[in-house]
Design a protein around this ligand. Sequence first.
Ligand code: EPU
Length: 338
Amino acid sequence: MMNAAVSCDGEKVATGLNIEERGWLVSLLGQKVHFDVPMRRHTTLAVGGPADALAMPADIKDLTTLLSGARQRAIPWLIVGGGSNLLVRDGGVRGIVIALTPYFKGITTIGHGRESVRVAAKAGTRLQTLCRYTIERGLAGITFAVGIPGSVGGAIAMNAGTADGWISDVLETITVLWPTGRLQRLSRADLDFGYRRLYLPTPQITAGDHQGVIIEGTFAFPRADVQQLRINSQKIKERRRRRQPVGVSSAGCFFKNPPSGPSAGELIDKAGLKGKRVGGAEISFRHGNFIINRGNASAADILTLADIIEARVAVEFGVRLEPEVIIVGESNHASKSI
Ligand code: EPU
């Protein structure tokens, strides 16, 4: 069980993993688990307190044992991909953060059709590696993602997309590992994609399968001309460099675009908020929907700035902005759970 204390309001507060839990993780993963790991090193926003444990399972067996053991011990866990759409609060994450990027990697061509080619990519593969792989083989459909950081699993879970395309357009199947060890292949038709979200079907088969992990995706990419793809990808990169802050710490767009009307970036811009700072966090001058870390921001700085944006946009335009970024962990003061 987690070590637990009781806060002044009587709520149970987790204080980390106990010796038995740490010992179990070391016996299972050896060098592939680290403790009290600052999450700022694992997120592109470069903020966030420590994860009690950062586990890097090498294969499905490791991952299954990890998930079932965590369930038995009631230890919460969280899968991270490239950490590019994740804001970890300053108090860090209680439980186990599971990174698939070190070992769940690889791309394989699994079928050649006349019009398209089927490709499988493991969840921890970098999205940019998949983009390069497809472009060099004359495969279209994912060029929109050129320049988007993160992993294939993260891109599927977040339904990555732009005006030029969405990952859900080319996805054929995903393989999900449930904590009981059951592997399930789900086809595109079984999946409920939303704006920047994939809702996995609620499992009904086995008790304990309460949270699944995407470990692989297969895609059908239409055939296209390599030269044309290279030109398109160059254009997309250039447009991104022109319109978005590149090479600085951020989580990309911070807020979802409202369902209709002006984009979040445009509203923030029109509210005159560009350049506004709280501590080391700043609203980008280049794109209003990017909050950037100028080097020394805390998660609290970023969240305070986000609150200011939400309040100002609500007052000026009557629009309620919602973060697109996933916010997890505990703040330093009140201990809220994931
Ligand atoms: N705009 C402004 N001021 C700004 C920013 C934008 O007036 O500071 C205006 C633009 O001129 C344009 C409109 O707002 O008329 C839309 O801007 P943009 O083309 O930059 O697209 P966006 O809606 O802000 C979306 C995605 C991005 C993706 C781009 C490129 C969301 C929340 N954002 O941005 O995704 O890269 O399209 O296609 O859907 C991300 O998800 O992290 C992300 C960056």
